[in-house]
Design a protein around this ligand. Structure first.
Ligand code: MN
Length: 202
């Protein structure tokens, strides 16, 4: 079975006013769709056909740039949509994840500051991640559509939360103001899903 583009788990306008409908439609329906199609084309007829996306990412350094870029793009956006949801007031983690964020970074606000700095500091296109690396929470960033499951990217572990800092993720609404896009992001995080991701890999 080739990889398929899953529908967004909410309406394209459900994240308004933080992430606008037009950006969501283009980001999912055009960008993510293209990564999916191009991944299928890149692995067609190779030994990667039929493997899970996680297994492909682990050995991606042995294959073409098309596998790397589109495999990363396919996986990264699946994770991204899944950790978002319509806005909630006082949106914050709870339970064990909240405790471990506080213990690791000092407080939830300190975590947000450090994560935001990482996302701002990624020059050009890429992603910032919250990962579980050998049982510990860590923040790191990757270029392009790389991610922590790929070998040798200087950012290791299982990502449980990520932000897309490609301009296609924010330019229509925020233009050059990545800092405002990152500030908006905190309102629409699905902390229950992120806690689930955490419980599986910690
Ligand atoms: Mn994107």
């Amino acid at each position: 079975m080739p990889f398929e583009l899953a529908p967004l788990p909410y309406a394209a306008d459900a994240l308004e006013p933080y992430f606008d409908k037009a950006t969501m439609e283009i980001h999912h329906g055009k960008h993510h769709a293209a990564y999916t199609t191009n991944l299928n084309n890149a692995i067609a007829g190779t030994e990667l056909e039929g493997k899970t996306i996680e297994d492909i990412l682990k050995v991606v350094d042995k294959f073409t740039p098309a596998v790397r870029n589109n495999g990363g793009g396919f996986y990264n956006h699946n994770l991204f949509w899944s950790i978002l949801r319509p806005a909630k007031e006082n949106n914050a983690p709870s339970g064990e994840l909240a405790n471990d964020i506080n213990a690791t970074f000092g407080s939830f606000d300190a975590f947000k500051e450090e994560f935001g700095k990482a996302a701002m500091g990624r020059f050009g296109s890429g992603w910032a991640w919250l990962c579980v690396n050998k049982g510990k929470l860590e923040i790191c960033t990757t270029a392009n559509q790389d991610n922590p499951l790929m070998p040798g990217v200087g950012c290791e572990g299982q990502p449980i939360l990520g932000i897309d800092v490609w301009e296609h993720a924010y330019y229509l609404k925020y233009q050059n103001r990545r800092v405002e896009y990152i500030a908006a992001f905190w309102n629409i995080l699905n902390w229950e899903q992120i806690a689930k991701n955490y419980s599986v890999v910690k």
